[in-house]
Each structure stands twice: as C-alpha cells, then as structure tokens.
Design a protein around this ligand. Structure first.
Ligand code: GLY
Length: 376
C-alpha cells in the first residue's frame, strides 16, 4: 500500500506503540482468551464461554503482531490461545456459524504461516461445520441454532472466507459454491439500494425468498447498525478478492460510500446506528476499525485514480481512533476503548473495550505497514 511519507511516519509510530504495549500484555494474558477488560485487566473467556464467537480474535491479533515483528513471544501466545480454543470443539451443539471468526484467523493463520498440521485439521473441522449449515433450497448458510432456521445475519460475510480457503486447500469447489451462493443471497436480501444494510433477514427456508427483516443489534427495523455496515464492507470486498466477482466489489463500494457519508458529521467515528434518535449518543469504535480494514482492501482493488477515496477515509478513521480512543498506558490491557456491542445491550458492553476492536485496529495498521498476508 503506497502512502505518503507523513502517513508512513504516523503508521510506524502507532505500530511502535502497539508493539511496546502488547509485548508485555501478550505475556501477562498468555493463559487467557480475552473478550474485554475488568478494571483494566483482560477477562478470560476460557472460564466464561469457550464457544463465544469472538474467541479467535486474541490469537489472530497475536499472529498479526508476530507476522510483522517476528517476536516469538507473540507466537507462543497465539499458539496457546489456539489450544485453549480446542475446548469449543467438544461442545459441538453450542457451535454456530461464527466458526470463521473463531478459527480462520487463529488456527487458519497458524497453518498458513507455519504449516502446523494440527492447525490445518482444526481449520478444516471448522470449515466443514460451516458448510454443513448450508441450506441448498434457500441457497444460504443458516445463522443461529434456534428454531429460526431461515435467519441470516450480515456478519456471515466475514465467516465465508473460511470456505474459500477450504475450497483451495481441498481442491474441491463445493466449498466455494456454498460461499458464493450465500454471498449472492446476502447481496440480494441484505444490501439495500441506498448502500445501507439489514442486520437480520428472515428467509423462507424452502426457497430463499425474503419474509421480513429485523433491526437486530441496531435501533429498529429499517435502521442501520454501523458494525453491520462494516461487516458488509469488509465481507464483500473479501468475497471479491477470493472470487474476482465484480458485483461483490461493487457491493462493498456501495456500502462504503454510504458509511463514509454517515461518519462525515461525527469526526469519522460511527454512531452505533446511523438511523437512531439524536439521544442518547452511542458510538462504536469497533465498527470504525473494521470498516477501515475493508476500505484499505477496497483501495487495493480499485484503479489508481479511485484509491484515495477509500484510503483517505480509512486513514481519517484510524487517526481519529488513535487520537481519541486508544489507551497506551500499562494500567489497561486493551488498546481501543469505546466499543459497543449493540444499540440495546448490557451496561458493560456499552462504550467498553472489546477484543475485535483491538484486532481490527491492529489489522488496519498492519496492512498500512505494507504487510500483505491476508488473514481472512
Ligand atoms: N457478530 C456479532 C456482532 O458483531 O456483535
């Protein structure tokens, strides 16, 4: 990624701060899989819920740090978290469509970086679980496990890169057909003409026709949950990278244009929902960090004269996050503050550090450093 000298200095300075802090935190939190922090200290999902959808991010962020720095301490922590996550395979009934979030960026990256055979198997188990959720009549991957077997959420676009990987690894296009059919369905059912996105859509499981949509983690039906918009931006550009299908890149760009318009008035920090009442003011820094990753990838995919639209937006987002919401102190294990789980959520999930905020912030800076290995 070509950036100006001034931006390069900024990126390298941020990376230095990340490495300085995480070098210590990675040893301190070695036997944990964190989700958030309590009084500045990482919590541990191994004790709370090993099947939780975010449990691959800690290992993934350690691999991001390792891939750039080659500091073995990061690798040890990443591998340890991957082993701790094995407990989730034993509770199969509780696993879900978020297995891509859990294993593609943890064991999947381990295998691609080191050739670790056990990591390959873990990633294949996860891909097979995801593929087994495919509904051939409706042409979609079902999301949750309850009796809503036609519900599909936009977040799913971040899970299907696991299937593109499995297709290549097995030299078996069935995985890719499932992923593409699912992406085609989501493009038809979730992406609105104006570039905003539905979070949850209920589809008829017998034919894939839309029954109704729900507000999900956003404010209400027809509103616009910002992290859902980010999942669409990054998810669709990833599907484009893996398949070369122009309509996926166009979809990513359409949602990106809408997202960029929505953050222009809030100093490049997204509200939790772009279509919610003015009060209360709820923001979500995790949506910003994830969108920045997607925008950087779009910039990588478009022609020379288009790049700046996406790259400059990503830089503005990341600079705003760094200036206002990063905690570089030793008294706090997390980096990015002020993430929000959902418009309506528990107190401790509102304006709090959440592990995927750290992950995507680091991934965005990692990309701007010129690292080219795509984790998804
Ligand atoms: N995948 C659930 C969320 O974004 O909160």
């Amino acid at each position: 990624m070509n950036i100006t000298e001034e931006n390069r200095k900024w990126v390298d300075g941020v990376w230095e701060k990340l490495d300085k802090k995480l070098r210590k935190v990675c040893v301190k939190s070695r036997n944990k899989i964190p989700y958030t922090t309590e009084n500045g200290v990482h919590d541990n999902m191994v004790e709370k819920d090993i099947t939780w959808w975010t449990n691959g991010f800690w290992s993934g962020m350690m691999w991001l740090m390792y891939e750039d720095t080659k500091n073995e301490e990061y690798k040890i922590t990443a591998e340890n978290a991957e082993k701790l996550l094995d407990g989730a395979f034993e509770i199969y009934d509780l696993l879900h469509h978020d297995v891509g979030f859990m294993w593609h960026i943890s064991s999947g990256v381990d295998y691609r970086l080191t050739g670790n055979k056990k990591s390959r198997l873990r990633t294949i188990y996860a891909a097979n679980m995801l593929a087994s959720r495919y509904n051939a009549a409706g042409k979609f991957i079902r999301s949750w496990n309850d009796d809503h077997n036609g519900w599909v959420i936009i977040d799913s676009m971040m899970n299907i890169p696991l299937l593109y990987w499995a297709a290549k690894e097995h030299n078996d296009d069935r995985y890719r057909y499932i992923a593409e059919n699912h992406a085609d369905t989501v493009l038809r059912t979730h992406i609105r003409p104006d570039g905003s996105v539905n979070h949850i859509v209920s589809l008829d499981p017998t034919n894939g026709e839309v029954i109704e949509s729900f507000g999900g983690q956003g404010y209400e039906v027809g509103s616009s949950w910002s992290r859902g918009q980010s999942w669409a931006i990054y998810g669709f550009v990833l599907s484009y990278i893996h398949t070369g299908k122009q309509e996926y890149l166009d979809a990513a760009k359409r949602v990106a244009h809408y997202f960029i318009a929505c953050i222009a008035d809030t100093d490049y920090i997204p509200l939790v929902d772009f279509r919610a009442p003015e009060e209360p003011v709820l923001i979500d820094t995790t949506a910003a960090a994830c969108a920045a990753c997607g925008l950087i990838e779009i910039a990588n995919c478009v022609g020379e004269f288009e790049k700046k639209t996406y790259l400059n937006a990503a830089l503005k987002i990341l600079k705003a996050l760094e200036e206002k919401y990063c905690d570089w102190s030793d008294g706090e294990d997390s980096i990015l503050q002020m993430g929000t789980e959902a418009y309506v959520c528990r107190e401790m999930g509102r304006h709090a550090p959440i592990i995927y905020g750290d992950y995507f912030f680091i991934e965005a800076i990692y990309k701007l450093r010129g690292n080219t290995m795509l984790f998804w």
